[in-house]
Design a protein around this ligand. Structure first.
Ligand code: ZN
Length: 243
């Protein structure tokens, strides 16, 4: 079974549609989404519609929980809070109810799914080997998939060894073997690892492999949509730099 993993779509319909077209060309037969379907981008309703139609599993991210009112907006940066408030105004009630029904953590086929981290599935950014160690100790899964940092990466811990990890470029692949893994597909809708292309991951459960993928999309179109929605200009600008 091959699974396409997406995360941190953030209302970027242009990126999501391009990624789904790419996934359709792959051998993936299902889609898992690690959350943050909305927030930052100009097309939250379209993104909810598309994810609800295609994803077998969807987690709640911190931005989704901000939009439903489950998290207070004062825990967010100014730009994120503005975008969350705007999303609250434009989001269809049925999509808001759907987001409110989601959880930030799940297990599928023995794989741990966490929006942010196994220790704190809503807020913790796993960007260091030290934090990865604590996460490995917190859960039993051999493989955990995480989003939230918008950086495509992997941490690995071989039996008896310390955890190591680094960012991953599009096209890189790994055999999981017997080691423990924390894998982040990167962000579909707002990459922050210096590559503006939309990020996703192909997981082959039978072969025990993961492959990081990047997909070109209409960045200018997504930025123009953000500007015409009168969302902060910085949210449009950062898309072209992947930051
Ligand atoms: Zn996010």
């Amino acid at each position: 079974m091959q699974v396409a993993i997406v995360s941190d779509i953030h209302g970027n319909r242009h990126a999501l549609e391009a990624v789904l077209a790419d996934i359709a060309q792959s051998d993936a037969d299902r889609l898992w989404c690690l959350g943050d379907v909305v927030g930052y981008g100009a097309d939250p309703n379209d993104c909810c519609t598309i994810v609800r139609e295609h994803a077998a599993v969807c987690l709640a991210g911190n931005h989704d929980l901000a939009v439903t009112g489950a998290l207070p907006l004062d825990e967010f940066s100014r730009g994120a809070a503005l975008a969350a408030r705007w999303t609250q105004e434009v989001l269809a009630p049925e999509h808001r109810d759907w987001l409110a029904s989601l959880d930030p953590a799940d297990t599928e086929e023995g794989v741990g799914l966490f929006h942010a981290s196994p220790r704190d599935p809503v807020w913790e950014y796993v960007l260091s080997a030290l934090l990865a160690e604590l996460c490995f100790d917190a859960v039993p899964h051999q493989l955990s998939l995480i989003g939230h940092s918008h950086v495509a990466l992997a941490f690995v811990r071989e039996e008896g060894e310390p955890a190591t990890g680094r960012a991953r470029r599009g096209g890189e692949a790994e055999e999981l073997g017997e080691a423990r893994w924390l894998v982040n597909p990167g962000s579909v809708g707002q990459p922050r690892d210096g590559d503006a292309r939309a990020a996703w991951l192909l997981l082959d459960l039978g072969a025990g492999t993961v492959e990081w993928r990047r997909t070109e999309y209409d960045v200018a179109g997504a930025a123009a949509a953000i500007r015409s929605a009168h969302l902060p200009d910085s949210l449009a600008e950062r898309l072209q730099y992947g930051q």
